[in-house]
Write a protein that binds this ligand. Structure first.
Ligand code: TYM
Length: 348
């Protein structure tokens, strides 16, 4: 792998608009919701935008983590991102905690965020409603403000995410607008990039709920690094509906609709064409075929991830270079912000 050479588009350049996104280092494997809802778009957007993608290790700390497992996940995240097509020659791929400007800007943004505004964010609200306010950390409370800082530092045009991040994007835009209004125009307003078709992949066993690491049962979630035959089994035993027709109907038949979405996204075949192909056939045929599609997709992904995990020094190098590229942009934004709010930089 060579890393330093700019691509033709970069070299030819006026700078392309930026895209930025992040994923938490909270699981040993990404799942299909992460991949289809967000990560695939990261890969596609590398073509026409200047990409900044990061592993949100600081966000992971907002709930208790085992330090050893977190350290391992850091590498697993990096390897998976590269295996799915994030190209370190084109994208700045980095780790959030390697760029201290993220926490530095967070403080400034926290000072313009209302307490009530932060309290309304669903993650904190849900956890404190379920387990009591003292079960949630101050970190969890401030989580969306760190996310706003992650985004605004890079002044991106788009932020490719799943539907569940929309509220955080709205807060980010509100804070950007408030800062611009109170001081001077500093932040363009970032736009969420959320696909209607795959923005919310649901749990295979509970198809009205989001597929999620924290809430799904093991059989409800397809992990990208699972043994392929385990994933195939999960697909074959996914909950389907009572109408016995392979037809997309999000409300009436959420189970088969979710599977149609996954099938269509993995093969590029339109949902309407799949409906036609399976007209008169049962759910069993459909699920058997989808199970094969899933095996064909995850097998090379898993092999490539494992290969990359064998060379940690290479991954360290990629992340180091990514952090350097990120800091170049982030430090400029932070200097402007400090200046605008009236903080005086130390004299040399
Ligand atoms: P995280 O780590 O929970 O998820 C990573 C991405 O996967 C998407 N996603 C889904 N999309 C569709 N269907 C699903 N079932 C599904 N589950 C997860 C998420 O929407 C997300 O895009 N707060 C973020 C991480 C973050 C971030 C940022 C994102 C930190 N800073 C700055 C963008 C910009 C999170 O917890 O994502």
């Amino acid at each position: 792998m060579s890393h330093q050479t700019p691509t033709a588009a970069q070299a030819a350049g006026p700078a392309r608009p930026r895209v930025l996104s992040g994923i938490q280092a909270t699981a040993d494997s990404f799942h299909f919701g992460n991949y289809l809802g967000a990560l695939r778009q990261w890969v596609d957007l590398q073509e026409d935008y200047q990409p900044f993608f990061f592993i949100a290790d600081l966000h992971a700390l907002t709930v208790p983590q085992d330090p050893k497992a977190l350290r391992e996940r850091f590498y697993r995240c990096a390897a998976q991102l590269i295996a799915m097509g994030i190209d370190p020659d084109r994208s700045a791929l980095f780790v959030q905690s390697h760029v201290p400007e993220h926490t530095q800007l967070t403080w400034v943004l926290e000072c313009i965020t209302g307490f009530g505004e932060a309290r309304r964010m669903t993650q904190f609200k849900d956890k404190s409603a379920k387990e009591g306010e003292s079960a949630a950390s101050v970190g969890l409370f401030a989580y969306p403000i760190l996310q706003a800082a992650d985004i605004l530092l890079y002044r991106p045009k788009y932020v490719p995410v799943g539907e569940d991040q929309r509220q955080h994007l709205e807060l980010t835009r509100d804070l950007a607008q408030r800062f611009n209004h109170r001081y001077k125009k500093t932040f363009p307003l970032p736009e969420p990039y959320i696909l209607k078709s795959t923005g919310r992949i649901t749990d295979l066993q509970n198809p009205t709920a989001k597929m999620s690491k924290t809430n799904s049962s093991a059989s409800g979630i397809v992990e990208m690094l699972d043994e392929p035959k385990v994933s195939a089994k999960k697909i074959r035993s996914a909950v389907t509906d009572s109408q016995a027709q392979v037809r997309y109907d999000d409300e009436g038949q959420p189970g088969i609709s979710n599977l149609l979405t996954i099938y269509s996204a993995l093969t590029g075949t339109k949902v309407a064409d799949l409906e036609q192909q399976y007209a008169g056939k049962g759910y069993g045929d459909f699920k058997g075929d989808l199970a094969e599609v899933v095996v064909d997709f995850v097998t090379p992904f898993r092999d490539r991830t494992n290969e990359l995990l064998d060379d940690r020094a290479e991954l360290d190098g990629v992340l180091r270079r990514g952090a350097e590229q990120a800091r170049e942009v982030a430090s400029r934004t932070l200097a402007e912000v400090y200046d605008r709010v009236g903080l005086v930089r130390p004299t040399l």
